[in-house]
Design a protein around this ligand. Structure first.
Ligand code: SAM
Length: 331
């Protein structure tokens, strides 16, 4: 049995906590937690169905747990198959502490989940559910998640499993064409310079231009506007199309979300990074979010490429999310 005193709550990378707290200033947590918690069952299914190690007393770590609801549901899933785990939910933020008391069967702790918080060889399964992109965004970039993986490797017992479910960078580079609605809200030429921008009232095209203006201080990526077959199209790299269309519904918390880079690894990069860290049995799978695809993307954002004849061909959306799994070798 792992005792809480054996777990460190260190915040050695206090910059991550500070930059996250300032980015989250003014966040509407009711909307934010409601959106996160709405996706709980899909996330639990994605993670739990991939667990490949079970025994009574196994230490399970939810790294970047938010409200702790996923950890709670994972504990219930284990109990439903006759396994009693010790579940620890770690988060860097105190913003969710009012939700914690409702979770009876898990231990909630504060700490930076990129650091080693658990003793060597003590954890059976550690998972990062939609938290890796925040660890990267507020911890100095994608390399912070590489550090998190290396530290997780130390914490895991031989045979232990690491799972990461998160956004995924589109594999393709080069340019694609993106068509966005100009008529579902206010357009750029209707916004005067001295007006405070109400992001939720903008058309999707105007919201994209606002994204380009605001993300990472502005002009973080290049785009061009062209017209083909009477359609206004944005020419840009798939990574930036993804960064925009994956956040276009988050206008309630736009000012906070703009500080986050959602995608940090492609499927292939994720596999390499785990293998280099020493993991074996590494599986990296697309995990499409059907709700997002059906309700926010298909028919609302069109991605195209132009064929040799110059005709526009509709492209499928790249994976919205991925699940990465790897085991620490037995010896
Ligand atoms: C998008 S929420 C995901 C919450 C939950 N895991 C889920 O899937 O619904 C990201 C969470 O990661 C936490 N987080 C961000 N950076 C962190 C870090 N360095 N260490 C621990 N938690 C962190 C945030 O406070 C937030 O609760």
């Amino acid at each position: 049995m792992l005792r809480v005193e054996q777990i460190s709550s260190k915040f050695p990378f206090s910059e991550a906590k500070n930059s996250m707290e300032s980015a989250n200033h003014g966040r509407d947590y009711d909307t934010y937690t409601a959106k996160m918690d709405a996706a709980v069952e899909a996330k639990v299914a994605s993670l739990f169905s991939r667990f490949n190690i079970f025994f009574d007393g196994m230490v399970l770590v939810d790294a970047g747990s938010g409200t702790g609801l996923i950890a709670e549901r994972i504990a219930q899933e284990c109990e439903s198959i006759g396994v009693s785990p010790q579940v620890f939910a770690i988060d860097i933020s105190h913003a969710y502490s009012e939700f914690f008391s409702q979770q009876q069967s898990i231990t909630t702790l504060f700490g930076d989940a990129a650091e080693q918080l658990f003793p060597d060889d003590s954890v059976a399964i550690k998972y990062y559910s939609t938290s890796g992109h925040e660890i990267a965004s507020f911890g100095g970039g994608a390399s912070r998640m590489v550090t998190a993986i290396q530290n997780s490797f130390r914490e895991l017992q031989p045979g232990g499993q690491l799972l990461i479910r998160d956004f995924v960078k589109p594999e393709n580079t080069g340019s694609i064409l993106m068509e966005l609605s100009e008529t579902n809200g206010i357009n750029q030429n209707q916004i005067s310079l001295d007006t405070t921008i109400e992001h939720q009232s903008l058309s999707t095209l105007a919201l994209f231009k606002q994204f380009h203006r605001e993300f990472a201080g502005g002009n973080a990526f290049a785009f061009e506007e062209i017209t083909i077959d009477g359609k206004t199209l944005i020419v840009l790299e798939p990574e930036w199309a993804y960064e925009f269309y994956m956040r276009k519904e988050y206008t309630n918390n736009w000012k906070n979300e703009i500080h986050e880079k959602y995608s940090y690894w492609t499927l292939a990069e994720a596999k390499d990074i785990l293998e280099v860290a020493g993991f074996e049995n590494v599986q990296v799978e697309p995990d499409p979010n059907q709700y997002m695809l059906s309700n926010w993307l298909e028919g609302q954002v069109n991605l195209y490429q132009q064929n040799q004849a110059g005709t526009l061909e509709l492209l499928p959306f790249p994976a919205t999310h991925m699940v990465i799994s790897g085991n620490k070798p037995l010896r």
